[in-house]
Ligand binder design. Structure first.
Ligand SMILES: Nc1ncnc2c1ncn2[C@@H]1O[C@H](COP(=O)(O)OP(=O)(O)O)[C@@H](O)[C@H]1O
Ligand SMILES: [Mg+2]
Length: 328
């Protein structure tokens, strides 16, 4: 079977000449749920964006395949990138919903690669598509919020809506870039529970970047650790003791060890050694905040959804959806 994600020799040097990813290689099998950890600036978002084909790698022999299809080769993004991207669902720290649109419309944008362009531009969706969106929202536990404006939802609820969008998109792989970094612990737990369920029950492959290792240990059997653009660890999450993390990250390790987790983990930890001194301590620059827009107007249109469309969801942002019932 093809790997869900396969990367060989991926390097990225940004304009300033700094190498942010250095010969990254990894393989993720279909159905795995893998954590990607690393202190801020270690290259997690850059790696995710390469996998999604949003930025191209350095021009050297390298490849990134998604389910056996190349999305980049030797520093070039393939022409069929949009079609390959339909297998990828995205979830970001900053939620990436369109705040002024209803939750259900945001979810329905997950169908955009399948509906004709004219229909998607007008936000026209079929009854069937809307039923699917409602089912997806029910699945993630926020069915009753379908007609609320996305911007009025809590962070945790917005992340669930983003996951409902990946469901109706019929994505096979979820790339979740720090999906819980802006959430309180309880909401974070719920979003991770949901990711785990989508992985377990729907068989979705999940690559989730996390700032803190305790969530990686709790939810993902396998962790890939990045440090300054290198994969410094790829193996069982359970082996990531504070001792090993300090060895890998030096003082940056503290960033990965949440206080609660630290206390718990310290119980079994071996004493510190001088090993961490071998690893540099300078922390990378702040991570990029801007991510891609969730709704790309340039979504490729595919012909012929023959189901008859009926109601407009939101012809204009200011207009009240015709069929919308106010959430009580
Ligand atoms: N478009 C860009 N141009 C220049 N430098 C960038 C760009 N994107 C990211 N970087 C740099 O690459 C490094 C890794 O960033 P990032 O992938 O966002 O890390 P992480 O997600 O692990 O915090 C950082 O030093 C960041 O400043
Ligand atoms: Mg990041």
């Amino acid at each position: 079977m093809d790997d869900a994600i396969r990367i060989e020799r991926l390097s990225k040097t940004f304009d300033g000449g700094r190498k942010v990813l250095d010969e990254v290689a990894l393989r993720i099998a279909p159905g795995e749920m893998v954590a990607l950890i690393g202190a801020s600036g270690s290259g997690k978002s850059t790696l995710m964006r390469h996998i999604a084909g949003f930025i191209q790698s350095d021009p050297q022999p390298s490849y990134i395949d998604i389910l056996g299809r190349p999305i980049q080769r030797d520093g070039r993004i393939v022409r069929e990138v949009r079609s390959i991207r339909t297998d990828l669902g995205f979830v970001f720290q900053q939620f990436n919903l369109v705040n002024r649109l209803s939750v259900i419309t945001n979810v329905l944008t997950g169908t955009l690669s399948r509906v004709p362009l004219w229909r998607s531009l007008l936000f026209l969706f079929t009854h069937e598509e809307k039923a699917q969106a409602l089912a997806a929202l029910a699945e993630v536990g926020i069915g009753e919020l379908a007609y609320r404006r996305a911007g009025t939802l809590s962070g945790g609820q917005q992340q669930r809506a983003a996951l409902a969008r990946t469901l109706i998109q019929r994505a096979k792989i979820i790339l979740a870039d720090e999906p819980i970094a802006s959430l309180d612990p309880e909401s974070a737990r719920k979003v991770m529970d949901l990711l785990k369920r989508l992985n377990g029950e729907h068989g979705l492959t999940v690559l989730v970047s996390l700032h803190q290792v305790d969530f990686a240990m709790k939810y993902c059997a396998r962790t890939i650790a990045l440090h300054r653009g290198h994969v410094v660890y790829d193996g069982p999450s359970s082996a990531l003791t504070p001792h090993l993390l300090r060895h890998l990250y030096g003082s940056d390790a503290e960033e990965l060890l949440a206080p609660a987790a630290l206390n718990e983990l310290e119980q079994n930890a071996t004493p510190r050694t001088g090993l961490e001194a071998e690893v540099g301590t300078q922390r990378g620059a702040a991570s990029m905040s801007a991510e891609l827009p969730a709704v790309s107007p340039a979504v490729s249109a595919m012909p012929g959804n023959e189901a008859s469309w009926s109601a407009k969801v939101e012809p204009r942002p200011a207009a009240r959806p015709r069929f919308a019932r106010r959430a009580s």
